[in-house]
Ligand binder design. Structure first.
Ligand code: SF4
Length: 504
C-alpha cells in the first residue's frame, strides 16, 4: 500500500473516516454545493497551471447544471486565479513524487539552477495559521530529495488565495450582491508565505504510517471537522442514503441492468419510448397511459369504503408497497417504469407532512423537514433503482422556467427535470444515463447533450449526441457508452459533455 500525505492526515483526524474511505472504499454521492471545497480547490490548481478558462471549465464540469450560485463562485475564481497567476513563478506543475510506500503531487517545483529548487503549494483558503502547522511541504521535500539524490529544495512556500464568503442579503438583488462581491474581492490579496523546513514533521508523518500499518481498530474521532466529513450521516445515524451502491451489488460493465432517466416536455414521447422496453410495468402517477399498452399500477391515494368507514391509503404508501412487492421478484416483468418521478416526490412530501403534522418543510425546524423528506424519498428511489430487473426507467417532465443571470447580467434559461435541484443531482448519480426528449414538430430526438444550462449526467459517459427517439437507437448508444467504462471503480460522472464556458 502506498501512503499519501492526505491519507495519513485522514487517519490522524479520524481513523473511522480513514477506514471507510481507504479500507472499505465506500463512495458517496458527490456534494454538489456550489462551494464544494474539493471542486473549488481543483479549479484553482487547474487555473494556476493552465488558464483561467480551464479552471472555470474544470469547476463547472462537476455540476449537472449550474445556477446563480455557481456563477457567483466563478466570479471569485476568476479573480483569485488571475491574482495568483501574477505572482507564481514558472516551474513544473503537479509533479509526481513516488516510491514503494509514498505517493504525492507537488503543486509547483521551481528550478533555480544547479539542481536547486523552490517548492510551492496552493491553498484556496483563509485558514493560513492551520496550514502553516501542516507537515505536507516538509514531507514532499523529504521524499523528493530522497528519490532525486543531489537535488535540493531550498525554500518551502504556501500560496494562499483568499476566499470571500459573503452572502446575498435579503435587501439586495443579484446585481447589487455581485457588485459587493467584486468590491470585497478587490480588498483581498494573495499571500505567499515561506515556511522553515522542520524534519520533526517528517518524523511524525513516518511514525503515523507505522501506526496505520499496525492498526486493527479504526475508532471514530468526532470533532468540529465532522460537518465536513462525507460520511457524517452514515457515521452518526446509520443513514446510508448518500452512499453509492457497492460494486459487488451492481457491475455496470456487464450491462446486467439499465437504469435510465428520461425527461422532456409533456406528450413528447417519453412514455411511448419506455413502452418499447421488454415486458414493462408502468408505475403511473398522472393517468397518461392512453397511448401505451403496458400493464400499469396507478400510484395515487387509494380510497376504500368499508361500511360507513372511508379509508384512505396515501399514494406514497402505495408506491412503497409496490417496491416491496417488486423486490420479491414474484412476477415476469423485465422493465419497471416510474412515470412521473416528480409526482412520487410530491406524494412523499404529502405523506411526511401528515406524519410530522406540518404544512410545509420549514415548519419542522431549521432544515429538519427538508432533510426528513429528502432522505425518505431518496431511500425509496435507491431501493427502486437497485431492484433486480433488466431495466429501470425514470420519467420526468422538463422545467424550462428557471433562469440564471450570467456575469454580464443577461438572463439565461436553464432546462432541467421538474424536480428539486438537490434531488436531481443525486438521482443523476443513481442512473446510468440521463436523456432529454426534444420534440420539434414531428421530429423527436433523444438528446444526450448537456452543458451548463441543460441538465445531464449519469454514470456512463455518453459522448454528447442526438439520436432519433427510438428504442434500438437508444440501445446502441447505451452499449457504446458502456464499452468506454474501463473499470468498476470508476467514479460517477455527473456531466457528460461541456461546451466552452458559454455563460459569460
Ligand atoms: S463524522 Fe466525524 S467521527 Fe464520523 S467518520 Fe466522519 S470525522 Fe469520523
Amino acid at each position: 500500500m502506498k501512503f499519501s500525505y492526505s491519507r495519513v492526515s485522514t487517519f490522524n483526524t479520524c481513523p473511522y473516516q480513514y477506514f471507510l474511505r481507504y479500507v472499505e472504499k465506500v463512495k458517496t454521492f458527490p456534494n454538489d454545493d456550489a462551494n464544494n471545497p474539493l471542486y473549488l480547490g481543483t479549479a484553482v490548481h487547474t487555473g494556476l497551471e493552465k488558464t483561467i478558462e480551464a479552471g472555470l471549465m474544470d469547476y463547472l464540469s462537476n455540476y449537472p447544471i449550474i445556477s446563480d450560485l455557481q456563477v457567483n463562485e466563478t466570479i471569485k475564481l476568476e479573480y483569485v486565479i488571475a491574482k495568483g497567476k501574477e505572482l507564481i513563478p514558472d516551474g513544473l506543475f503537479e509533479l509526481k513524487v513516488e516510491d514503494d510506500e509514498f505517493v504525492g503531487y507537488m503543486d509547483l517545483l521551481v528550478p533555480k539552477g544547479n539542481n536547486h529548487f523552490d517548492l510551492y503549494d496552493f491553498k484556496y483558503s483563509n485558514n493560513v495559521d492551520n496550514y502553516l502547522k501542516s507537515g505536507q511541504l516538509h514531507v514532499y521535500k523529504y521524499f523528493y530529495e530522497k528519490m532525486n539524490p543531489g537535488h535540493v529544495i531550498d525554500n518551502l512556500h504556501f500560496i494562499f488565495l483568499p476566499k470571500v464568503m459573503i452572502r446575498q442579503k435579503k435587501t439586495e438583488n443579484l446585481y447589487q450582491f455581485r457588485k459587493r462581491l467584486c468590491e470585497e474581492l478587490s480588498k483581498k490579496e494573495v499571500k505567499i508565505v515561506k515556511v522553515d523546513y522542520d524534519f520533526q514533521k517528517v518524523r511524525e508523518y513516518l511514525e503515523s504510517v507505522e501506526t496505520i500499518k499496525a492498526a486493527v481498530e479504526f475508532p471514530k474521532n468526532a470533532s468540529r471537522l465532522c460537518p465536513w466529513c462525507e460520511y457524517q450521516a452514515y457515521c452518526e445515524r446509520k443513514d446510508d442514503t448518500m452512499l453509492l451502491p457497492s460494486k459487488e451489488r451492481r457491475n455496470i460493465n456487464k450491462i446486467d441492468k439499465k437504469v435510465i432517466w428520461i425527461y422532456g416536455a409533456p406528450f413528447s414521447g417519453k412514455t411511448f419510448l419506455a413502452n418499447k422496453f421488454n415486458d414493462p410495468l408502468m408505475l403511473n402517477t398522472d393517468g397518461n397511459i392512453r397511448f401505451v399498452d403496458a400493464p400499469f399500477i396507478a400510484i395515487k391515494d387509494q380510497v376504500t369504503v368499508e361500511g360507513r368507514i372511508t379509508k384512505r391509503k396515501p399514494a406514497w404508501e402505495v408506491f412503497k408497497e409496490v417496491i416491496d412487492e417488486l423486490e420479491k421478484k414474484q412476477n415476469d416483468f423485465k422493465t419497471i417504469v416510474v412515470d412521473l418521478l416528480e409526482d412520487t416526490y410530491e406524494h412523499c412530501r404529502a405523506y411526511e407532512y401528515e406524519n410530522l403534522d406540518i404544512d410545509h418543510e420549514s415548519d419542522a425546524g431549521f432544515g429538519k423537514g427538508y432533510d426528513i423528506i429528502r432522505k425518505e424519498f431518496l431511500d425509496q428511489i435507491k431501493r427502486l433503482t437497485n431492484l433486480d430487473y433488466e431495466n429501470i426507467i425514470l420519467i420526468s417532465h422538463e422545467d424550462a422556467s428557471k433562469n440564471i443571470t450570467n456575469k454580464g447580467g443577461s438572463s439565461l434559461t436553464t432546462i432541467r427535470p421538474n424536480i428539486q435541484e438537490k434531488l436531481a443531482s443525486k438521482i443523476a448519480g443513481m442512473v446510468d444515463i440521463v436523456g432529454r426528449v426534444v420534440a420539434d414538430g414531428e421530429n423527436r430526438v433523444l438528446s444526450f447533450k448537456s452543458n451548463e444550462l441543460v441538465f445531464g449526467g449519469g454514470r456512463l459517459n455518453v459522448k454528447g449526441k442526438d439520436i432519433p427517439l427510438d428504442y434500438a437507437e437508444l440501445m446502441k448508444v447505451y452499449e457504446e457508452a458502456n464499452k468506454t467504462v474501463g473499470s468498476t471503480d470508476e467514479q460517477p460522472k455527473q456531466a457528460t459533455e461541456r461546451r466552452s464556458v458559454s455563460f459569460k
